[in-house]
Design a protein around this ligand. Structure first.
Ligand code: UD1
Length: 419
């Protein structure tokens, strides 16, 4: 398995172009299944999770060509309602196919999804929402088997603004009779992007981003070709921001909507990092050690994202003072802590709370990526560390970061891979 070898303490300088959003692309790709037609989708990140989603769609009968961030997808010949098990286990977001496949074929067979091991990731809210819309669901030999019986729009109150549950409900409700209203829906920019995509497909969705989404079901078959461009990845941008903020640097982050990652930039600004925008480019400059932040709590959007918690922890490991991070979204998302400790970080965890006493400098070590964002945190830590760091299991990083090594090299990082 491949590892990164990173030489620490080189200043970061240069330009980084942000790719398409992973968490917007995956549900949008899943939603191409809803109606049989052709799509031209731009700004799709070339990452393993996307490749796995393409594989699932291809096995199910779709034709896909993917080149230079643009996918041509033809979903007219979907041949099955069974979503292939091996690939579903690899990516959590494949569960979004449940709503889409149910709508298209009236049935579904899908296994429980995989993805990052970051604690319990139940899907009870997905199931509850779909059942309310008229889907019958049962478990058979470890598979979820669903069939549609007289589906009808209704009001759904989510107990928690789950991103995936909101998406799954949207993808089924758009094509059934009646109006569906999702209360306490997730507000993430990726949900707004999904709404925009569905509307570009001829469906009628409004309210995404506000916490209440209204869907006027449209049972007419719509078949004309759809063209769409996916938003940029705010977590990828936040990761490069974290890297720059953790050491001496001046980097230009291009192709990012600043409002989407305001909750990230504002925390780094509070820590003393200079962040400004010129002509649509975010300029991050840092000359001195960051200051600790008393407490940061991860929350659903527009709060500080759980997907930035690990990278932020790496930054705070070398800040001046003590930072407390509370992880409220997932129950087991501190797997990067023992690895950061191997590099000299002073971190104590109690349940979902981590206390980080900043040290002046980390040192290189052999560490293991345990999940996607935790792996990114180790790379960030390595950039500022004294000596050489070997980050193992970088397949986790390939799941969600496009051309990670190439982009870091463009910023002056000395990084190679070995098997
Ligand atoms: C999505 C993102 C992921 C991000 C997360 C939170 C994608 C592909 N992934 O994941 O990167 O970290 O949002 O911003 O978009 N929950 C339940 N029951 C459910 C569903 C969720 O209890 O039916 C819980 C989860 O266990 C978790 C929390 O709700 O503790 C948040 O999950 P959710 O918002 O659904 O995240 P994902 O859609 O899995």
């Amino acid at each position: 398995m491949e590892s990164f070898i990173i030489e620490g303490r080189k200043n970061l300088e240069g330009i980084v172009d942000i790719g398409g959003s992973k968490n917007a692309a995956l549900p949008i790709l899943a939603s191409t299944v809803i109606s049989g037609r052709e799509y031209i989708i731009e700004n799709i990140p070339d990452i393993e999770d996307v490749r796995d989603m393409f594989e699932i769609l291809t096995i199910m009968g779709c034709k896909i060509q993917f080149d230079n961030g643009i996918a041509l997808i033809d979903t007219r010949n979907i041949t099955t309602h069974a979503v292939p098990e091996k690939q579903v286990r690899k990516i959590r977001s494949s569960i979004i196919l449940m709503g889409a496949v149910l709508l298209r074929t009236g049935k579904v067979e899908i296994t429980y999804p995989g993805g990052c091991e970051i604690g319990l990731r139940p899907i009870d809210l997905h199931l509850k929402g779909l059942k309310k819309l008229g889907v019958e669901l049962l478990e058979k030999n470890g598979l979820l088997v669903g069939s549609v019986k007289e589906p009808l729009g209704c009001e759904i109150q989510l107990d928690y603004p789950s991103v995936g549950a909101t998406e799954n409900i949207m993808l089924f409700a758009v094509g059934i009779s009646g109006k569906t209203v999702i209360y306490n829906s997730a507000k993430e920019p990726e949900i707004v992007d999904l709404q925009n995509f569905l509307n570009a497909c001829g469906y009628s969705v409004s309210g995404a981003g506000t916490g209440t989404i209204t869907i006027e079901g449209n049972t007419n078959q719509v078949t004309e070709t759809v063209e769409y461009k996916i938003i940029s990845d705010r977590i990828e941008a936040g990761t490069y921001l974290s890297a720059a903020a953790s050491m001496k640097s001046k980097i230009y982050i291009r192709n990012i909507e600043k409002t989407h990652f305001k909750s990230i930039t504002s925390v780094y600004e509070d820590a003393g990092c200079e962040i400004r925008e010129t002509h649509g480019t975010i300029v991050v400059s840092n000359n001195s050690r960051l200051n600790a932040i008393e407490k940061v709590t991860t929350q659903p959007y527009p709060g500080f994202p759980t997907d930035m918690q690990a990278q932020f922890m790496a930054s705070m490991s070398v800040a001046n003072g003590t930072t407390i991070i509370e992880e409220t979204v997932f129950d087991s998302r501190f797997k990067h802590v023992p690895e950061l400790q191997k590099m000299g970080a002073d971190i104590t965890t109690v349940g979902r709370v981590a206390v980080i006493d900043g040290v002046p400098r980390l040192h290189g070590a052999e560490v293991y990526a345990k999940d996607l964002r935790g792996g990114a945190a180790l790379v960030i830590a390595a950039l500022g560390a004294e000596g050489i760091t070997k980050v193992n299991n970088i397949y986790h990083l390939n799941r969600g970061y496009e051309k990670f090594m190439e982009k870091l090299r463009n910023l002056g990082v000395i990084i190679t891979t070995i098997d």
